[in-house]
Design a protein around this ligand. Structure first.
Ligand SMILES: *Cc1c(COP(=O)(O)O)cnc(C)c1O
Length: 338
């Protein structure tokens, strides 16, 4: 039985082409700046998002942490959504490793309001920490994969900049946002100072993320990456696969979004109802009179379908390149048989 793994797009396997180019990638010592494939990836990634420079990092978590460390000083306060990945799911690295405290705002809809931002920005007072950074997320994971439109990103960025506060965008799934909004990525991230995006989620590279920003910012971030132990050597092997990810895997994300819609249209059954569908995320509400949520996850697992829990009575179902139309049909059938 083929397991249909819908827990996350992080489970995507590298493509055959990725494995081939990895085998023959030209490499060098990247800590000396001498890995030609890494250099090519960083240049292409910077051009792709319209920033001066980019840095290949081990993970999205490392990219976000580097952004926080590089934009701020220890003792600063950073402003971010209370449901943001950086606040919820990055092991408190912002406090422990960057030495900043978090000021969290309501981002239930995916982004906080300008009004809330303004009330959180610190003025001059002997008691206050300095507001060092604003962080946004697109697509927003905990809000159900919702894509944040350009005007909202721009408005928050403008307000932060008026107070001399830089803005970092956690764009782990920025290309899903671009696909959903039918925007150009360069426009969508034009007003933020730095952006991180993941190569290893929907884009299916085996490892890595990109942090992009000004040349000066990336130079500093590169040194911080070394401090964290993230200076890699013949990393061109990984960059080769990442180049395939950005050259060949972005345009196909629309297929994942289509599959999410297809699933959303067919899924209502006795056991679950559709809560939301955005980008490649489908959120389902469990009918707890029939199944408790954990019990349903176990039952689905027994039938070869993996989904993740997303709240007390919610399931998260994520489509990606290793999921086919037939898989979605089977998932719909299995739900209706429960
Ligand atoms: C996955 C994810 C990250 C972190 O990426 P890792 O590579 O898993 O460390 C950061 N932000 C968001 C919104 C994510 O979905």
């Amino acid at each position: 039985m083929k397991v249909i793994d819908l827990r996350s797009d992080t489970v995507t396997k590298p493509t055959t082409k990725m494995r081939e180019v990895m085998a023959y990638a030209e490499v060098g010592d990247d800590v000396y700046g001498e890995d030609p494939t890494i250099n090519k990836l960083e240049q292409k990634a910077a051009e792709l998002v319209g920033k001066e420079a980019a840095l290949f990092v081990a993970s999205g978590t490392m990219g976000n942490l580097l952004a926080v460390m590089t934009h701020t000083q220890p003792g600063n306060e950073i402003i971010l959504g209370k449901n943001s990945h950086i606040f919820q799911y990055e092991v408190g690295g912002l406090a422990k490793l960057a030495g900043v405290q978090a000021r969290t705002l309501d981002d239930s809809e995916g982004i906080f309001s300008t009004k809330d931002l303004l009330s959180a920005i610190r003025g001059e007072d002997i008691h206050y920490p300095e507001s060092g950074l604003v962080c946004l997320e697109n697509t927003h994971n905990k809000a159900g994969g919702v894509a944040i439109p350009k005007n909202k990103i721009d408005e928050i960025s403008k307000t932060a900049h008026q107070h001399n506060i830089p803005v970092h965008l956690d764009g782990a799934r920025i290309f899903n946002a671009v696909t959903e909004l039918e925007e150009q990525v360069i426009d969508l991230v034009a007003e933020v100072d730095s952006v991180m995006f993941c190569l290893s989620k929907g884009l299916a590279a085996p490892v890595g993320s990109i942090l992009a920003g000004t040349q000066e910012f990336i130079d500093k971030a590169r040194k911080n990456r070394k401090m964290l132990g993230g200076g890699m050597r013949q990393a061109g092997i990984l960059a080769a696969a990442a180049l395939v990810a950005i050259e060949e895997m972005i345009d196909r994300l629309a297929l994942d979004h289509d599959l999410a819609k297809k699933l959303a249209e067919g899924i209502d059954s006795k056991v679950v109802t559709l809560e939301s569908v955005n980008s490649n995320f489908v959120i389902l509400k469990v009918n707890e009179q029939l199944y408790d949520t954990k019990g349903l996850i176990t039952e689905l697992d027994r039938k070869g379908i993996k989904v993740s829990q997303f709240g007390s009575d919610l399931l998260r179902v994520v489509t990606h390149k290793d999921i086919s139309k037939e898989d979605i049909d089977r998932v719909i059938d299995i739900f209706s048989e429960l």
